[in-house]
Write a protein that binds this ligand. Sequence first.
Ligand SMILES: Nc1ncnc2c1ncn2[C@@H]1O[C@H](COP(=O)(O)OP(=O)(O)OP(=O)(O)O)[C@@H](O)[C@H]1O
Ligand SMILES: O=P(O)(O)OC[C@H]1O[C@](O)(CO)[C@@H](O)[C@@H]1O
Ligand SMILES: [Mg+2]
Length: 541
Amino acid sequence: MDAFSNASSLSLPKFRCFDRTKYYFAAAGGTRTVVVRSSMSPVKLGASNGGMDATSSPKKIVPGSCGYVLEDVPHLSDFILDLPTYRNPLQYNPCYAAVKQYFVNDDDSVAQKIVVHKDSTRGTHFRRAGPGQRVYFESEEVQACIVTCGGLCPGLNTVIRELVCGLYHMYGVTRVLGIEGGYRGFYARNTIPLTPKSVNNIHKSGGTILGTSRGGHDTSKIVDSIQDRGINQAYIIGGDGTQRGASAIFGEIRRRGLKVAVVGIPKTIDNDIPVIDKSFGFDTAVEEAQRAINAAHVEAESVENGVGIVKLMGRYSGFIAMYATLGSRDVDCCLIPETPFYLEGPGGLFEYMEKQLKENGHMVLVIAEGAGQDLLAESIHTTDQRDASGNKLLPDVGLWISQKMKDHFKQKKMEITLKYIDPTYMIRAVPGNASDNVYCTLLAQSAVHGAMAGYTGFTVGPVNNRHAYIPFYCITEKQNKVVITDRMWARLLSSTNQPSFVCPERVKELKRVKEPRPTQLVISSLTNLCYEYGLMPDKTE
Ligand SMILES: Nc1ncnc2c1ncn2[C@@H]1O[C@H](COP(=O)(O)OP(=O)(O)OP(=O)(O)O)[C@@H](O)[C@H]1O
Ligand SMILES: O=P(O)(O)OC[C@H]1O[C@](O)(CO)[C@@H](O)[C@@H]1O
Ligand SMILES: [Mg+2]
């Protein structure tokens, strides 16, 4: 059955349609759906919104053959009619004159999964990032702004620098504003003008020249400020919370029908943003963490029964701890939030420590800040304290585990010398290293190309090494976590020789939990669509 042609003949919520392809729009909640066909003439966003919440962003899903699904990103022309387009000024740029195929093809997409077998469906794809043939802004028309939110991360200044330089040098945009102090800076602070000259050296420093903050996200005040200042491109750099905030700003901008491109640039030292290969600053942070691990190792090795403990960032995702451990090879045990562990008894941490100390005379433990929080809650009184953004403030697991070890070995009458190193802020306050700086440049340039091409409501990032435009909902709906049934964690276990702490039954359970396949998602979305428009009997019948 061609569900698309049936559905498109119904009285449906109206959106601007696109040429070439069939677009399948679904409300973010997944309950309302509408299909627009290429043959339909463009329709104005009408009074009827099909019951959709005015600020919720509809999903743009393009099905193709063999289970191909494009999770496309919004475009300004989805909600503003008759936008003029212009030739991309890059085609006159001598730097790019020799590039064979510089402009991305409108149909190019990046596959989320690249490991396939012969019967695999093609699965989810994202729009390939890069310069488009046509742009939706004239250079003189653009008033861009840049804001940084959430915690620090190596490379933030590089992204700011490259956004400013990319806008200036590739597109001739000369009006770029810096919003100071995170989201609240939109309505509580003055802006600062940014030029290639003023940002020339900033990549050499850690932190962000714009300042940052947690909390203070007030969607309507922010959008009022965007409107009042005549901003039409907003580059928003930050983690999962920031991207949620950016999504809300985009929703409000769309509701007001403003020609403003909202672009998210993912920043997270914890590497907890899904879909993208890894976040900028992550490599730098791992490299910096090595210094702390080295120090812990030297200290532990130099005394009898020396124990070095290093606590690293990672509230809910243990990537920094895992990669720092794999990179170092001096670590005997790594504990992360994703994997359970226990201290006492057979197979527990203390038994393993005793063995290590007897065999090697020292040991090094790396622990992520979010590890063992369940054990902490059992043994000490924890309060539900949160930061200004609503993130839970975690008690210090490093101090707690150090005390537990001291108590245990005292009781065993085994003398240990324990050194606890907490380099938390040192690993994120440094400037980006060379490879992160290259990555930041690509991110910034892809972001600028996307905004100039009229795309909005998206986050940019590498997917299987190709930069892509990813709808906000794909990266805000879940967190990237270390999968302890994947090979990487097994590599770590075999490198440290630590116990896995997971019983075989639990491993079986973990292996059973599988994500729905993309084709299943499309089929279930299409089924919902058919139910909704009476093309199938009621689910309850
Ligand atoms: N659900 C949300 N809706 C709107 N704004 C949000 C939301 N969650 C967080 N924000 C805002 O985003 C900004 C940054 O959020 P947060 O402090 O959680 O850091 P983050 O972006 O997740 O970065 P990181 O956790 O990597 O340091 C804050 O100003 C916060 O108010
Ligand atoms: O103390 P702050 O600045 O709130 O940041 C701490 C938190 O930020 C994060 O690095 C995420 O950016 C967490 O791992 C860490 O707990
Ligand atoms: Mg966060």
